[in-house]
Design a protein around this ligand. Structure first.
Ligand code: ASP
Ligand code: MG
Length: 409
C-alpha cells in the first residue's frame, strides 16, 4: 500500500466524460489499497476564459480580485470528480486550497507556498476516503485567496506530496512522458524512461512545457519522486524524474533538445568600452522587468565595442524603446535588432564527462549552413541563438547527430 498523489491537468478533466475516466483510474488505485490524494486543474480553457472575462470588466484588474475569479475553475472540477467517485461508491472529499490550508505569501497571481497543513487530508485518508484538492490556489495569512501562477497545479501536486510524504507524485497530462524533443517537430522523438531533475529544469526553462518549472524545483528540493504520465493511456510507466543519474546505465551524452521560438536579439553598437557599460545598458532594461537571456560583449576596437543580448520577443519593442531613450546618455552609435530569433539547446548531464559536445553541435549546424548568432552554456546545456526560419531544421539535425533517434543500448 502506498500513499500516492495524482495530479490531472486541464485536458484530463476537460469534460464530464473525461472526469468520469479520471474517477475510474483513481478507483482502480484505491481498490489496490493505495491512499489517494488527487490534485486537479480547471477544465482546459477555463482559466483563460475567466481571465478574459475579468479583462472585459477591467483591463487592469486588481490582482486580489483576479485571483478570486480565476481560482474558481478548480473548485468546479474537484467537486465534480468527488461526485463521480461517490457515484462509484467511493468515499471522496474535495478541498479548496484554503480549506486544506495551503498557506502562501500574498503575491496575488504568483503566490509562493509557505506551508501546508496536512491534518484534514490525513484524517480523511485514514477514514478510507479519496481526497481531492484544488490545484493552483492557496490562501494567505489574512485569508485572501491566492493563485500560484499559470500551470500552478503541478506545483500544488508536488508540494502536497512533499507535505504528506507521499511515496510518489504522478502528473497525468496529455502526453505520455517527457520526450527527447517535441514530436511535432521531430517525429522520431522518443519518450524518456528517466530524466534527472537538473535536466528537467533546463528543459522546462528552455521551453519544454511538460511541467511548470517551479514544481520541478520543488520536487528536487524535497526529493519527491515525480513521474509524468498520460491520462489517456491505460498502461505505460511515463517518465520518472530522478534525483541521481542512474549509475547502472551508460548515460546518453545528451538527453534532450529544447527550443524556444519567441526570442529577439538587440545589439547596441559602438558604445564606449569602459567599466560600467554593461550595467548602463542592462540596468534600465531590468528595471522595466524585461528578462535578458544571452549576452555578448565583443572585443573593443578604437575604444568602442558592440553589445548584444536576447529578450523574449513580446518584450522586444519595450526594450528597444528603453534603449533608444538612453542611447545618447550611454554614447551608443546605434541600436539594432532582430525580432525573429529562436533558441535551440542541447541538454544532458552526460556532457560533464564528455568533451567535444559543443564542437559536435557547432559542426552539425555548420554543415546545414545555419549561422550561430550567440552561444551560452552551463554545465549541462549548450544554447545557440539562430534565425527562427532554421529552427526546425536545427532541431532535426541535432536530434540525429546526438543519436536521440535511437533507444540507448
Ligand atoms: N488552471 C490553471 C492554469 O490554467 C492552473 C493549472 O492548470 O495548472 O494555468
Ligand atoms: Mg498544466
Amino acid at each position: 500500500m502506498a500513499l500516492i498523489v495524482q495530479k490531472y491537468g486541464g485536458t484530463s478533466v476537460g469534460n464530464p466524460e473525461r472526469i468520469k475516466n479520471v474517477a475510474k483510474r483513481v478507483a482502480k488505485f484505491h481498490a489496490q489499497g493505495h491512499q489517494m490524494v488527487i490534485v486537479l486543474s480547471a477544465m482546459s480553457g477555463e482559466t483563460n476564459r475567466l481571465i478574459a472575462l475579468a479583462k472585459e470588466i477591467s483591463p487592469n484588474p486588481s490582482p486580489r480580485e483576479l485571483d478570486v475569479v480565476i481560482s474558481t475553475g478548480e473548485q468546479v472540477t474537484i467537486g465534480l470528480l468527488s461526485m463521480a467517485l461517490e457515484e462509484m461508491g467511493i468515499k471522496a472529499r474535495s478541498y479548496t486550497g484554503g480549506q486544506v490550508r495551503i498557506l502562501t505569501d500574498d503575491s496575488f497571481t504568483k503566490a509562493r507556498i509557505l506551508d501546508i497543513d496536512g491534518d484534514n487530508i490525513r484524517r480523511d485518508l485514514d477514514a478510507g476516503a479519496v481526497v481531492v484538492v484544488a490545484g493552483f490556489q492557496g490562501v494567505d495569512e489574512a485569508g485572501n485567496i491566492t493563485t500560484l501562477g499559470r500551470g500552478g497545479s503541478d506545483t500544488t501536486g508536488v508540494a502536497l506530496a512533499a507535505a504528506i510524504k507521499a511515496d510518489e507524485c504522478q502528473i497525468y497530462t496529455d502526453v505520455d512522458g517527457v520526450y527527447t524533443t517535441d514530436p511535432r517537430v521531430v517525429p522520431e522523438a522518443r519518450k524518456l524512461d528517466t530524466i534527472t531533475f537538473e535536466e528537467m529544469l533546463e528543459m522546462a526553462s528552455l521551453g519544454s512545457k511538460v511541467l511548470q518549472i517551479r514544481s520541478v524545483e520543488f520536487a528536487g528540493k524535497y526529493k519527491v519522486k515525480l513521474r509524468v504520465l498520460s491520462s489517456f493511456q491505460e498502461e505505460g510507466e511515463g517518465t520518472l524524474i530522478t534525483v541521481e543519474e542512474d549509475k547502472n546505465m551508460e548515460q546518453p551524452i545528451i538527453s534532450g533538445i529544447a527550443f524556444n521560438r519567441d526570442e529577439a536579439k538587440i545589439t547596441v553598437l559602438g558604445v564606449p568600452d569602459k567599466p560600467g557599460i554593461a550595467y548602463q545598458i542592462l540596468g534600465p532594461v531590468a528595471d522595466a522587468n524585461v528578462d535578458v537571456d544571452m549576452i555578448i560583449q565583443n572585443v573593443g576596437h578604437d575604444g568602442t565595442t558592440d553589445f548584444s543580448f536576447t529578450v523574449n520577443r513580446p518584450d522586444y519593442d519595450k526594450a528597444i524603446k528603453i534603449l533608444e531613450g538612453v542611447q545618447a546618455h550611454i554614447g551608443a552609435r546605434a541600436i539594432q535588432g532582430d525580432r525573429t530569433m529562436a533558441k535551440v539547446s542541447i541538454v544532458g548531464v552526460g556532457m560533464r564527462s564528455h568533451p567535444g559536445v559543443a564542437s559536435r553541435m557547432f559542426r552539425t549546424l555548420a554543415e546545414e549552413g545555419i549561422n550561430i548568432q550567440m552561444i551560452s552554456t552551463s554545465e549541462i546545456k549548450i544554447s545557440v541563438a539562430i534565425d527562427e526560419k532554421y529552427l526546425e531544421l536545427a532541431v532535426r539535425v541535432l536530434h540525429r547527430a546526438f543519436g536521440l533517434d535511437q533507444a540507448p543500448v
